[in-house]
Design a protein around this ligand. Structure first.
Ligand SMILES: Nc1ncnc2c1ncn2[C@@H]1O[C@H](COP(=O)(O)OP(=O)(O)OP(=O)(O)O)[C@@H](O)[C@H]1O
Length: 244
């Protein structure tokens, strides 16, 4: 089967500092893959390279088998790849509905499609339902709780109807209850969407992921099923002896 996302010997240097070294990643269509590792391991850098926000120093990126090395984020987006960020990217002065409307409209423009008002409204409603925010559709983002804002970020990523979704620490800064709500939402996403997630919360990682890749100091330390990673001694050591 052709991988939905594949990186081949991807490296990234900042001057003399090597942030990523020869990273090989292969994610099957429909798979949910977590990328974990200590702070500074290179997780966000890898995400930015896959999403076209940073060029690799060397190596290649393939999306559905096509070599997309050096492609711009909008070119990757048009191919069905969407990402969220660690930092909030929402329009704070607009309502929940308006934020999603902008993302849906941008998606249709990007595909040069014309879409009726009714169809667009249905689409926006559908996206908001998926993240449990339909009831808050007329709330200004600035007035929302932090956890709800992160749910809305997931909605914006879903508005592009992605086939590949990159989630960068979706539960960071959330309360335990907010984390559980976000986890339920991510688990409920359709399997047609391939998910790559960078996440520090191991309960989230082990509840959601099929497979886990562990980065340490820019290199792949381990790559395997949840069970394999949980039993990997090198991984436990990197996490300072903490049991996973
Ligand atoms: N623009 C840059 N210039 C120099 N060094 C950078 C730059 N961006 C990232 N780095 C360094 O590259 C390394 C990897 O950073 P990255 O943000 O990818 O790590 P991470 O695994 O996502 O960490 P965290 O879990 O803290 O988000 C870090 O040491 C970071 O300081």
């Amino acid at each position: 089967m052709t991988a939905a996302v594949r990186t081949s010997r991807v490296s990234k240097s900042y001057g003399a500092f090597v942030a990523l070294k020869d990273v090989d990643l292969s994610v099957e269509p429909g798979e949910r893959r977590a990328i974990i590792g200590p702070n500074g391991a290179g997780k966000s850098t890898l995400f930015s390279i896959i999403a076209g926000q940073k060029p690799p120093t060397s190596g290649s990126i393939f999306i559905d088998g096509a070599d997309m090395t050096g492609a711009r984020p909008d070119q990757l987006w048009a191919r069905g790849l969407s990402r969220t960020f660690q930092r909030n990217q929402l329009f704070q002065n607009l309502t929940v509905w308006e934020n999603v409307e902008l993302a849906c409209a941008a998606h249709h423009r990007g595909l040069f499609k014309s879409v009726s008002r009714d169809a667009l409204d249905d689409e926006i409603g559908g996206v908001l339902e998926r993240v449990n925010l339909l009831g808050s559709h007329d709330v200004r983002v600035a007035n929302m709780a932090y956890g709800e804002q992160r749910q809305l970020e997931l909605a914006l990523a879903l508005a592009g109807r992605p086939r590949i979704l990159l989630l960068d620490e979706p539960t960071a800064g959330m309360s335990p209850a907010e984390t559980q709500a976000m986890l339920r939402m991510m688990i409920a996403l359709p399997r047609e969407i391939t998910i790559l997630i960078v996440e520090h919360d191991m309960d989230v990682v082990f509840s959601l992921a099929d497979r886990v890749m562990v980065l340490n100091l820019g290199e792949v330390l381990a790559d395997g099923t949840v069970r394999e990673i949980q039993g990997n001694r090198n991984v436990s050591e990197v996490y300072m002896g903490k049991a996973l």
